[in-house]
Design a protein around this ligand. Structure first.
Ligand code: KG4
Ligand code: ZN
Length: 345
């Protein structure tokens, strides 16, 4: 089966072609980051409009690069949620219109299930069951994954997501949106011994996260340095380093607990923050100690992309699952509500 995957849940237009026998055939991404940077964050209305401009040309581009035509498609998968509703509707309506015209099945898939299974696109793909740490701009979750659609939530953030915390810390340090990679870069030059930021919710049992206190701590520290006339390049780098260390440490402690609690030996790390180098280094050490193994998507599939949507859609479409007549766009949609594929009659 050749499946076209469409991702438009936030600020990247992602399109890919996945063949259930041959694997990934092509993928293309258009990032709106430069457009939203002027506003310091994603402007939903501008995001939707840009998806309408970019989606059809990107679909043509992936078909061309795989030397295929629309008639070669066997199904279409799109991100049905969670995400910005206007942005989701662009992908959903395009997918449904195209599928209707071609007379092929179409299926709306869960964006976080895409992130969760993105490492399946790699040569070294994890086998089920595994623990997954999902760390993106909107989510921070630990999930026990038994199979496709068998997800048990072990813990999640009670307030800000890890990526969101990175983005907010970046703003406080005067760095452009999206802040995660910028904070990580600035942290390289920082002195890890100058400040020690709190590791929220690590002193009590449980697998939930909280990052809002850390955000306040970062702001207070930045303000104190500014008042002292020390919020120079060095001061900002030292704060970035302390912040990154605290987030990474917190994530690592909870992953360690989740592996111990479930007795599982495979850890999948996915979502935008999984691109963070220090997080990968530290998790590598922890899984090594447990004779466990960590799996990541390749760099460009850590953040939003069409390939992960095409992959998840392909697995579910292959099992006979498909949308009815109506397109779906679901801004809020808990991952734990997913089930294994159900064939439509
Ligand atoms: O998964 P994603 O592309 O979009 C969502 O579904 O949210 O994740 C984007 C998030 C942003 O908050 C961004 O700042 C963060 O991932 N991010 C990083 C890094 N690269 C991206 N955070 C820390 N370190 C990085 N290297
Ligand atoms: Zn995402």
């Amino acid at each position: 089966m050749r499946i076209l995957g469409i991702e438009t849940s936030c600020d990247e237009t992602g399109v890919a072609l996945y063949d259930t026998e041959r694997g990934l055939l092509a993928d293309a991404l258009y990032s709106q980051v430069a457009m939203h940077a002027d506003y310091g964050g994603v402007v939903p209305e501008l995001a939707s409009r840009d998806h309408t401009r970019k989606l059809l040309p990107l679909i043509q581009q992936v078909l061309d690069s795989a030397a295929l035509v629309r008639g070669d498609l066997d199904g279409i998968a799109y991100t049905a949620g969670p995400g910005l509703v206007g942005a989701l509707m662009v992908g959903a309506s395009t997918a449904h219109g195209l599928a209707r015209a071609l007379g092929i099945p179409v299926l709306g898939v869960h964006h976080m299930e895409g992130h969760l299974l993105a490492p399946m696109l790699e040569d070294e793909a994890p086998a089920f069951p595994f623990v997954a740490l999902l760390v993106s701009g909107g989510h921070t979750q630990l999930v026990e994954v038994r199979g496709l659609g068998e997800y048990r939530l072990l813990g999640e953030s009670v307030d800000d997501a890890a990526g969101e915390a990175f983005d907010k810390a970046a703003k406080m340090l005067g760095l452009p949106y999206p802040g995660g990679p910028q904070v990580a870069k600035l942290a390289e030059a920082g002195d890890p011994a100058r400040f020690r930021f709190p590791r929220p919710m690590t002193d009590r049992p449980g697998l939930d996260f909280s990052f809002s206190g850390l955000k306040t701590h970062t702001l207070t520290t930045a303000n104190a340095l500014r008042d002292a006339g020390e919020l120079d390049d060095r001061g900002r780098a030292d704060i970035a380093r302390a912040f990154e260390e605290a987030v990474v440490d917190t994530l690592v402690i909870k992953c360690r607990r989740a592996l111990d609690q479930t007795g599982l030996k495979r850890l999948v790390v996915a979502g935008g923050v999984s691109a963070n180098r220090r997080l990968r280094e530290r998790l590598g050490i922890e899984v090594g100690k447990r004779r466990a193994h960590a799996y990541y998507p390749r760099g460009r599939f850590c953040t939003d992309n069409g390939a992960m949507i095409a992959y998840v859609g392909a697995q579910r479409l292959l099992a006979g699952e498909r949308d009815g007549e109506a397109m779906r766009a679901v801004p809020r949609w808990p991952l734990a509500e997913l089930t294994p594929p159900v064939a439509s009659e």
